[in-house]
Design a protein around this ligand. Structure first.
Ligand code: PMP
Length: 375
C-alpha cells in the first residue's frame, strides 16, 4: 500500500517517484494531500475552510471533530484536557515551567538531547527551580538515560522527558518510573505514533508537523488538576487555563493546520488506529535497521540498540568521506532528505506515520546496493 508522499522529481528529463525522509515538516499521506487540494480547489471562490471565520459553522465542525477524534484515537482520559495552541514545542519549553513550577518549588529534567537542554534553559531563564535527574550527554546522546541512572526528586513539580530524540535517533520505549511525579513529555517527534501511558503524564506536547499534519498546530495534553498551579502574574495568552476554558478558541486558531490534522486523524482511524499504526511503524524501522546491521560494518547505527528510535533511524558510514555521496546518490534514486542533523552528520531517515513500508524497503535496497558498489 503506497501511502508515502510521492513527489515527482524531474531529473534530467526523467521523472522519478520520491520517498521523503524529511525530519519535519514531513511527509503527508498521499490521500490527505489530495483532500487538501480538493478542499481548496473545489470550494466556491473565497469560502474554503481556510477562508472562513473560526467562529463559523464550517470551522466549528472541523475543530470539534479533530478534538473528539484525537481523544478517541489517542485514548486520552477525560481528566486530561486537549489544547490546540501555536508556537511549537519551543513555546512549550517556556510555558510548562511558567505555569507548572510554583514559587519555591522545582522540576526535574532528563537530558537526552539538545531539545531537552533547550527545555531546561527556559526554566533557568524564568528563575524557576530546576534539577537534572539524569543525562546521556557524556555518551554523545547515543541513548536515553537508563531507568537505573535516573534519580527523581519525589517533591518535584514534574519530571521533564523527551520521548523521542529527533536528532540522535533515540527513543524512550517505556516512559520512566518517576515514583509518582507527573511526567512532562516533549513528544514532538513521536506524537500519535503509538499509545501513551496517560496515567503517568501531567502534561505532554508536540507540534503535529512530523506525524500528524502540517506546521502551525501544537497539541497540548494537560491534566486538568494542574491548571490550578498558574500564577496571576502570567499573561493571559500564556496560561493553559485560557485555552482550556475557551475550548482552544480564545483567539484565532491555526485553521489550516487543524483542518489538516483532522484529515490525518481520519486517515489513522481508517488504518485501524494507533495500535495498528505502532505495529506498522515498528516493522518499517526494523527493515532499515536490518539494512544497517547486515552491512558488515559498512553502516554503523548511531544509537545504542536498546534506545533505537522507531521514528528517526540514524547511522554513519564507516568511511565518513562517502556520506555526502550516499546522500546525493540516494536523492538521484528518489530517496530525498536523508542528510543527518548538522551536529551528528551521517544519515537520518525519518520514518513518521505517513512513510510507507515500501519507502523503507526502497531505502534498504538502496543501502545494500550502495554498500556493494563502494565496500
Ligand atoms: N523537541 C523535539 C524533540 C523536536 O524534534 C523539535 C523539532 N524538531 C522541537 C522540540 C521543536 O519543535 P518546534 O519547532 O515545533 O518548536
Amino acid at each position: 500500500m503506497a501511502v508515502a508522499l510521492r513527489v515527482e522529481i524531474r531529473n534530467g528529463g526523467r521523472t522519478a517517484v520520491a520517498y521523503n525522509f524529511s525530519p519535519g515538516p514531513a511527509v503527508l499521506p498521499s490521500s490527505v494531500r489530495e483532500e487538501i487540494v480538493a478542499e481548496i480547489a473545489g470550494s466556491p471562490a473565497g469560502v474554503s475552510i481556510i477562508e472562513s471565520s473560526h467562529r463559523g459553522k464550517a470551522y466549528d465542525a472541523v475543530h470539534w471533530e479533530a478534538m473528539d477524534l484525537c481523544r478517541r484515537l489517542y485514548s486520552v482520559p477525560d481528566e486530561i484536557a486537549i489544547l490546540f495552541l501555536q508556537g511549537g514545542a519551543t513555546l512549550q519549553f517556556a510555558m510548562v515551567p511558567q505555569n507548572l513550577i510554583r514559587p519555591g518549588r522545582s522540576a526535574d529534567f532528563v537530558l537526552s538531547g539538545s531539545w531537552a537542554k533547550k527545555a531546561l534553559a527556559e526554566a533557568k531563564i524564568l528563575g524557576a527551580g530546576h534539577r537534572v535527574a539524569g543525562s546521556s550527554e557524556d555518551r554523545g546522546f547515543t541513548c536515553v538515560p537508563h531507568q537505573r541512572e535516573l534519580d527523581f526528586d519525589s517533591a518535584a513539580e514534574y519530571a521533564h522527558i523527551t520521548t523521542n530524540n529527533t536528532i540522535y535517533g533515540t527513543q524512550a520505549h517505556v516512559f520512566p518510573d518517576t515514583g509518582g511525579v507527573p511526567i512532562a513529555a516533549d513528544m514532538s517527534s513521536d506524537l500519535l505514533s503509538r499509545p501513551v501511558p496517560w496515567d503517568r503524564v501531567g502534561i505532554a506536547y508536540g507540534g503535529v508537523q512530523k506525524n500528524a499534519g502540517v506546521a502551525g498546530l501544537t497539541t497540548v495534553f494537560i491534566k486538568r488538576e494542574l491548571l490550578d498551579r498558574e500564577s496571576s502574574s502570567t499573561p493571559t495568552p500564556l496560561r493553559y487555563s485560557t485555552y482550556a476554558e475557551s475550548d482552544s478558541l480564545y483567539n484565532t486558531p491555526p485553521v489550516f493546520a487543524v483542518f489538516c490534522f483532522l484529515l490525518v486523524l481520519r486517515w489513522i482511524d481508517r488504518k485501524g488506529g494507533l495500535e495498528a499504526l505502532a505495529r506498522e511503524n515498528g516493522a518499517k524501522a526494523a527493515r532499515v535497521y536490518e539494512a544497517v546491521d547486515q552491512s558488515g560494518g559498512f553502516y554503523r547505527g548511531y544509537a545504542e540498540v536498546p534506545s533505537r528510535s522507531i521514528m528517526n533511524v540514524t547511522y554513519n558510514l564507516q568511511n565518513g568521506d562517502l556520506e555526502p555521496r550516499f546522500v546525493r546518490e540516494a536523492e538521484t534514486a528518489g530517496l530525498v532528505n536523508l542528510a543527518g542533523h548538522r551536529s551528528v552528520g551521517g544519515v537520518r531517515a525519518s520514518l513518521y506515520n505517513a512513510m510507507s513500508l515500501e519507502g523503507c524497503e526502497a531505502l534498504a535496497d538502496f543501502m545494500a546496493d550502495f554498500a556493494r558498489r563502494n565496500g
